[in-house]
Design a protein around this ligand. Structure first.
Ligand SMILES: *[C@@H]1O[C@H](CO)[C@@H](O)[C@H](O)[C@H]1NC(C)=O
Ligand SMILES: *[C@@H]1O[C@H](CO)[C@@H](O)[C@H](O)[C@H]1NC(C)=O
Length: 364
């Protein structure tokens, strides 16, 4: 009797200690949230599982989606052996950053209540169509949503998780803001990509672009703070003849002091990029105004690349873009329209007094 009684009184205290220990250990993840009401429940039952194991399964293969669409990241949990009665669980989705920073909260849910955080506020909810389903739905996908997501299910002090990768379908392009190479530190590289309606590319995105044939002999920043460049045709000035084709990496560089180009990533668009029909050629200022008068705005570089890549935009006329560069998109190569591969042809940054066509971007 004495022994049993002793255990009964000590269990709740043990639970508190475990809880505190756990809270300390996991402090950087700030998920203490989940444990605050444990003591209100049937303490014993929630702590001891009597050989029941919680399993959480997310999709192993990466999920590919387009910007602006809705995506579902599948995740299920179940118990082994199966339980007869449903249990109260908490669910947490978080995002693991590509550049090795802190995990960020996306959504937490207890029963039917849920809360979303930061950039995800109002854009995410749980899909719970079948038993144990806790899939995450993200609406209006943004470029910055790319990454690995953790699906975590907490039952008392039992806590299991699994991750799923979300990739945006997109196109990578090298970027030099003034036409001269190696002007950008890491933050400037982030900024110029955003200005072109794009984001710094991840390693996976650059790798996929290299597999599709991207070849660029200037090094550029990636989202993880490393500097790399993609080579499909080995040559002397680009890492030497002795190296196999691939991504050449300088590794992580100093984010303030070191200057390189940027590899930007742009995804599909809702609106339309078009070459403006206009009676005469325009200088840069006139070009911007002409797009506005057409109910649109002058296209940004990321938008031109996305239209070329996803909508086969093809036009053999050089046009102004928002950054003051002059380019044209060729989806179906032919004579007098640049090289024999598809691509966006670039003529650098001519004097803004020069007269050319213009590419506009609008919703029409
Ligand atoms: C995406 O989700 C939102 C909110 O649930 C919905 O209003 C919209 O119709 C969905 N869009 C598509 C393309 O399914
Ligand atoms: C473009 O032309 C307009 C006149 O139509 C002129 O006022 C403006 O200064 C010119 N801009 C540039 C950059 O040359």
């Amino acid at each position: 009797m004495y022994t049993t009684g002793g255990r009964m009184t000590w269990l709740p205290l043990l639970a508190v200690l475990l809880q505190l220990l756990r809270a300390c250990r996991t402090a950087p993840y700030s998920n203490g949230f989940f444990y605050h009401d444990i003591m209100n429940g049937n303490g014993n039952g929630e702590i001891y599982f009597n050989g029941v194991r919680l399993h959480v399964k997310a999709l192993e293969a990466p999920i590919f989606a387009a910007r602006g669409t809705n995506v579902t990241l599948p995740c299920h949990y179940y118990y082994e052996p199966r339980l007869s009665a449903p249990r109260r669980t908490r669910v947490k989705w978080s995002r693991l950053p590509v550049n090795g920073g802190e995990e960020t909260d996306v959504l937490v849910a207890i029963g039917l209540r849920h809360r979303s955080f930061g950039e995800y506020k109002g854009r995410v909810h749980l899909q719970q169509d079948s038993e144990g389903e806790v899939s995450l739905v993200i609406t209006q996908l943004r470029l910055a949503d790319t990454g690995r997501y953790r699906c975590e299910v907490i039952d008392g002090l039992e806590d299991e998780s699994s991750t799923v990768e979300l990739e945006l379908r997109g196109v990578v392009f090298p970027y030099q803001p003034t036409g001269r190479r190696y002007q950008l530190n890491f933050e400037a590289a982030q900024r110029v990509c955003e200005e072109q309606d794009a984001a710094l590319a991840t390693f996976e995105q650059l790798y996929a672009a290299w597999e599709e044939g991207l070849d660029w002999c200037n090094a550029g920043w990636l989202a993880d703070g490393t500097v790399q460049y993609p080579i499909t045709q080995t040559r002397e000035p680009c890492g030497g003849l002795g190296l196999a084709p691939g991504l050449r990496s300088y590794g992580p560089r100093h984010r303030q002091l070191h200057l390189y180009d940027a590899f930007c990533f742009s995804s599909s668009l809702r609106g339309k990029v078009y070459f403006l029909q206009h009676p005469h050629k325009l200088n840069f200022t006139e070009a911007r105004v002409a797009c506005e008068q057409d109910g649109a705005s002058i296209a940004r570089v990321g938008q031109l690349y996305a239209a070329w890549r996803f909508l086969d935009l093809d036009r053999c006329d050089a046009g102004w873009l928002a950054d003051g560069s002059l380019r044209y998109p060729i989806a179906f190569p032919r004579t007098n329209c640049g090289p024999l591969e598809p691509g966006v042809r670039t003529f650098g940054f001519p004097s803004r007094h020069q007269k050319h066509g213009v590419y506009c971007y609008g919703m029409r």
